[in-house]
Design a protein around this ligand. Structure first.
Ligand SMILES: Cc1cc2nc3c(=O)[nH]c(=O)nc-3n(C[C@H](O)[C@H](O)[C@H](O)COP(=O)(O)O)c2cc1C
Length: 325
């Protein structure tokens, strides 16, 4: 059994967390499956109104007594949405992507007052320090290999830098991690555990069109790129993020012609939404990480957690000690 301080802090068995994937990429079935398996589930609340946040929390409570997080993109959520999440008193409020001018302290203080821990996602050391100084309990060091919105630093370099910068605050490594080798490596880098997005998208519980799950399984991990095209298409300006998305026909069509995509955004986005609904892999925007190349099957989320932990344990107990003379 692998136990790190973050397990006690969050009240979980295994140091494996689900990223709070927003925009309809998580649902209570997925979150509860991760928490029930002893990991740390997180419901992405990006795109949900106050009533939907309450419903998701209530549904989750009906599915698991285990701890979970509610995730908010700070630049995009309003005070009512954030406070609706805090009022649910989840084990943690997970925050990501604040605007540069947003003061984190009042958000973190409100979560703490409600008895929640706070995790903050950081794509660089300055963001990690900002979260640590504002009182975050856990920092997620998110590398550029990951799916969705990321920064430019790679997980391998970023994780130990963040660990050093925010010690003794525990760090979870994210970005490009999909198996026990990734967990063992993250622990060796000084992290307390891992947070995964792409691996959990390829599970029966993920609310993704089956064609998109299949795209992850079929990907060799070399077919993604950092691009602003998905955000330009949806008309959402992120505070300094790029999106790691599949380099599909839609993205290739607009690469280098982003100005024209912006000009016809409203009409073109209707097409993207239709493609998302019908499962058209070429015309939807599709976010996944380079670790798609490590994902070869669609397996239940609980099994993902158990497999990662068992594989990491075997590496730490059997392979690594044998290398030390
Ligand atoms: C489709 C998708 C949506 C995401 N949405 C969010 C979000 O709303 N909030 C958040 O903190 N992270 C979000 N992430 C990032 C994940 O939390 C995590 O950092 C990332 O997936 C880790 O890299 P991996 O995909 O290689 O596991 C998203 C990732 C993906 C793939």
């Amino acid at each position: 059994m692998i136990r790190t301080p973050v397990c006690d802090l969050l009240g979980i068995e295994h140091p494996v967390a689900l990223g709070g994937l927003g925009g309809g990429h998580t649902r209570p079935e997925l979150v509860a499956a991760v928490s029930e398996a002893g990991g740390f589930g997180a419901q992405g609340c990006h795109g949900m109104n106050v009533a939907q946040i309450g419903e998701a929390a209530a549904t989750l409570r009906g599915m698991t007594n285990r701890p979970f997080a509610l995730n908010f993109l700070l630049f995009h959520c309003n005070e009512e949405q954030f406070d609706a999440g805090v009022a649910e008193k989840p084990a943690a409020i997970a925050i990501a992507w604040p605007r540069p001018d947003q003061d984190l302290k009042p958000y973190i203080a409100r979560a703490h007052d409600a008895g929640c821990k706070v995790t903050l996602m950081a794509g660089g050391v300055p963001e990690a320090l900002r979260g640590a100084e504002a009182g975050a309990d856990v920092i997620i060091a998110q590398g550029t290999e990951g799916g969705g919105h990321v920064s430019w630093m790679a997980t391998m370099a970023l994780t130990p830098m963040v660990v050093d910068a925010v010690a003794p605050i525990p760090v979870l490594a994210a970005g490009g991690i999909a198996d026990g080798r990734g967990l063992a490596a993250a622990l060796a880098l000084g992290a307390d555990g891992v947070l995964l997005g792409t691996r959990f998208l390829a599970t029966p519980e993920a609310p993704l069109h089956p064609n998109f799950k299949q795209a992850i399984v079929e990907s060799d991990g070399h077919d993604t790129m950092l691009t602003e095209i998905p955000d330009i298409a949806s008309g959402t300006v992120w505070p300094g993020a790029m999106s790691r998305a599949a380099r599909n026909r839609f993205v290739e069509r607009w690469a280098g012609r982003e100005w024209q995509l912006r000009q016809h955004q409203a009409d073109l986005y209707k097409g993207v939404l239709a493609a998302r609904k019908s499962g058209d892999r070429d015309e939807a925007t599709l976010s996944y990480g380079q670790d798609a190349g490590l994902i070869h099957d669609i397996v239940p989320a609980g099994e993902v957690v158990r497999h990662i932990v068992a594989e990491a344990e075997a590496i730490l107990k059997d392979r690594l000690p044998g290398l030390v003379r």
